[in-house]
Design a protein around this ligand. Structure first.
Ligand SMILES: Cc1cc2nc3c(=O)[nH]c(=O)nc-3n(C[C@H](O)[C@H](O)[C@H](O)COP(=O)(O)OP(=O)(O)OC[C@H]3O[C@@H](n4cnc5c(N)ncnc54)[C@H](O)[C@@H]3O)c2cc1C
Length: 502
C-alpha cells in the first residue's frame, strides 16, 4: 500500500527471481516497475512472522545495513524503518557506542533514528513490502534446479523447478528474464558451464573467516543501551568483538577472526575466554551484565568470491545475477545487503536508460554493477589482507593494498587525535561515509588530505606512508596517488547527516 508509486510503462513480460533473500526482494521490487509479472521462487517456507531459515544460514548472526543501503532501501520502500520499528526493531537513536581500537577508545552517541534488528526481522519487514506489490508473486518451497534455454543456449527462457512439498513435482516456468539471487552457494557457474560457456576465473579473497554469535537477554535494570566494538588486531591475531542490541530486549555478541587460525569458538567456555582476551575491559563488563539465552553458534567460510561475468565474450540473453551470487564479502564490514541494494539500484538505472530487449542489455548491466561495487570489494579486501594467511587470487589485480593499509592507519590516528583533543568527529564521519559506501575512497586518499596528515611528527604511521610514497613533491602527488591507487567511478552526491556525536 505504501510502496512508492511508479509511472513506468510496464512490458507485457514476465521476470523471475531465484531466491527471496535480501537481493531477491530488492530485485523483485525493481523489476515490478518494468515487468507485467514478477515471480520470486524460494526453496524455503516463507513464514508469517520473522524466523530463521535454512536457506539463509547466516541469519542467526548480526546484520546491519550501511548508510548507503539505508538510503537505497528507503527509496524503494519509503519509511521502511517505521515498519521495522512496528515489528519491534530497536531504535538505536541516542544509544552510546564504545569504539575500542589500537588508536584509542572513543565513546560516541548515535544521533539519528537507526534500526537495530535481527536479520529475520529486517528481511520479514522488506518481504511484507514486496508482497504488497500486486504484480509480484512468491512461490515458496520450490527449488530451482536449472535454467531452461533456447536450443543454441544463447537465450535463457525460464527455469526448472522442483517442489519441496508433497509430491515433489518437477516442472518448468517460462520467463523473459531470469535473475539469479540465490546467494553465496549459487549454482550459476555450473549451469553456465553446462550450457557451453567459458566462465572466467573468479577473484577470490581467501579470507578463512570465522564468526561466533551469542544472544543475550538485556535485564530490565539496564535502561541505557551501550553497545561496543573492539576492533581486532590482525598483526597479533587478536579477533574483533561486537555487542549490538536488537528487538525484544535482546543483544547479540559476535566474535570474529580471519586468516584461518585462532577462529572463534562455539564452545561456551572457550567463547567466554576469547571474549575476555579480545574485547576491551569495558565491553567485557557490559556483556557480563547480560543473561545468555543459549550457546553461541558459528559461521565459517573459506573465501569471498567476486565473479567476473562481464569479462565473458558472450552471455545468454534473459539472464542476470545479483547479490552474493555475483559477489560476496567478508561480512564483518556489513556490506552484503548494501551491495545488493547498490546492484538493484544499478539495474533500475539500466532499465530506465535502455530497452532490456536490446541485444547486450544484460552484459551492460553486469559491467555497470561491477563498477558500482568496486569500492566495496576494494575496501574489504584492503582490511582482510591485514590478517596473516589471507590471500587474494585471480587474474584481476588488486591495486594499492599496502599503501592504503598504511594510509588508513595514519588517517585513523589523526581522526582519533582530532576527536579526543578537539572534540571534533569530522574525520571519523568522513571515514564512516567511505565505509558506509557513500563516499569514494578518493575523498579520503587525495593530495589535500595527505597534506593535512603529513605533519613531520615522525610517527611510525607517518614514516610508513612516506616510505610508500617515495617522494613528497605535492605538485606531483596526484600523479603518484594515481600510480598507487585504483580509480573509482563511484559518483554519489547525496548529502547524508552525520550519524554520530561525541
Ligand atoms: C555471518 C554473516 C553475517 C553477515 N552480516 C551482514 C551484515 O551485517 N550486513 C550486511 O549487509 N550483510 C551481511 N551479511 C551478508 C548478507 O547476508 C548477504 O550479503 C545478503 O543477505 C544478500 O544476499 P543474497 O540475497 O544474495 O543471498 P541470501 O540472503 O543468502 O539469500 C539467498 C536466497 O536464495 C534461496 N535459494 C538458494 N538456492 C535456491 C534455489 N536453488 N531455488 C530457490 N531458492 C534458492 C535461499 O533459500 C535464500 O533465501 C552477512 C553474511 C554472513 C555470512
Amino acid at each position: 500500500m505504501h510502496n512508492q508509486k511508479q509511472s513506468h510503462q510496464k512490458k507485457d513480460e514476465k521476470a523471475l527471481v531465484i531466491g527471496a533473500g535480501i537481493a531477491g526482494l530488492l530485485t523483485a521490487r525493481v523489476l515490478s516497475d518494468y515487468y507485467q509479472d514478477v515471480i520470486v521462487i524460494e526453496k524455503d517456507e516463507l513464514t508469517e512472522k520473522p524466523s530463521n531459515r535454512k536457506g539463509t544460514p547466516q541469519d542467526f548472526h548480526p546484520h546491519r545495513v550501511l548508510p548507503r543501503g539505508d538510503i537505497i532501501m528507503n527509496r524503494f520502500f519509503p519509511d521502511y524503518m517505521e515498519d521495522l520499528f512496528d515489528l519491534g526493531a530497536h531504535n538505536a537513536k541516542n544509544d552510546k557506542v564504545i569504539n575500542y581500537s589500537p588508536f584509542g577508545t572513543l565513546e560516541i552517541t548515535i544521533n539519528q533514528r537507526s534500526v537495530a534488528s535481527s536479520r529475520p526481522l529486517l528481511e520479514f519487514g522488506i518481504r511484507q513490502r514486496v508482497q504488497e506489490l500486486e504484480n509480484v508473486k512468491f512461490l515458496s518451497r520450490q527449488s530451482v534446479r536449472g535454467l531452461v534455454t533456447s536450443d543454441d543456449n544463447k537465450e535463457v527462457t525460464g527455469v526448472q523447478v522442483k517442489e519441496r512439498n508433497g509430491n515433489k513435482e518437477e516442472g518448468t516456468i517460462p520467463a523473459n528474464l531470469v535473475v539469479d539471487t540465490s546467494g553465496r552457494y549459487s549454482k550459476l557457474n555450473k549451469w553456465l558451464t553446462d550450457m557451453g560457456y567459458n566462465v572466467p576465473e573468479q577473484e577470490r579473497l581467501q579470507v578463512r573467516f570465522g564468526y561466533s554469535t551469542r544472544y543475550y537477554q538485556v535485564p530490565a535494570h539496564i535502561s541505557e543501551k551501550l553497545s561496543g566494538i573492539s576492533r581486532g588486531v590482525p598483526e597479533e591475531n587478536v579477533g574483533s568483538v561486537g555487542l549490538f542490541y536488537i528487538e525484544n530486549n535482546m543483544a547479540q555478541t559476535i566474535l570474529f577472526n580471519a586468516g584461518g587460525s585462532n577462529l572463534p569458538s562455539t564452545n561456551t567456555e572457550d567463547f567466554d575466554k576469547q571474549l575476555n582476551e579480545w574485547a576491551s575491559p569495558m565491553i567485557n563488563d557490559l556483556i557480563k551484565e547480560l543473561k545468555p539465552i543459549e550457546a553461541p553458534r558459528g559461521y565459517r567460510a573459506a573465501e569471498s568470491v567476486r565473479q567476473h561475468y562481464e569479462q565473458m565474450e558472450s552471455w545468454p540473453s534473459g539472464l542476470l545475477v545479483l547479490g552474493d551470487a555475483f559477489c560476496n564479502f567478508d561480512p564483518i564490514y556489513g556490506q552484503g545487503m548494501t551491495v545488493a541494494a547498490i546492484e538493484a539500484e544499478m539495474l533500475a538505472i539500466c532499465l530506465e536508460e535502455k530497452d532490456s530487449s536490446k541485444v547486450g542489455f544484460e552484459h551492460h548491466v553486469l559491467q555497470r554493477m561491477q563498477q558500482a561495487i568496486e569500492p566495496a570489494w576494494w575496501l574489504s579486501s584492503i582490511e582482510d589482507l591485514r590478517w596473516r594467511g589471507v590471500e587474494h587470487v585471480g587474474n584481476v589485480p588488486l591495486k594499492g593494498v599496502t599503501f592504503a593499509q598504511k594510509y588508513f592507519n595514519l588517517y585513523l590516528r589523526h581522526a582519533m587525535k582530532q576527536a579526543k583533543e578537539e572534540n571534533d568527529l569530522s574525520m571519523f564521519h568522513q571515514y564512516m561515509k567511505m565505509n558506509g559506501l557513500i563516499d569514494s575512497p578518493s575523498e579520503i586518499i587525495n593530495p589535500e588530505m595527505l597534506n593535512t596528515l603529513i605533519t613531520g611528527d615522525g610517527s611510525p604511521e607517518e614514516e610508513a606512508v612516506l616510505a610508500e610514497l617515495g617522494e613528497l613533491d605535492m605538485n606531483k602527488m596526484q600523479k603518484r596517488l594515481n600510480e598507487l591507487m585504483p580509480s573509482f567511478s563511484l559518483a554519489f552526491d547525496e548529502k547524508v547527516p552525520d550519524l554520530f556525536s561525541t
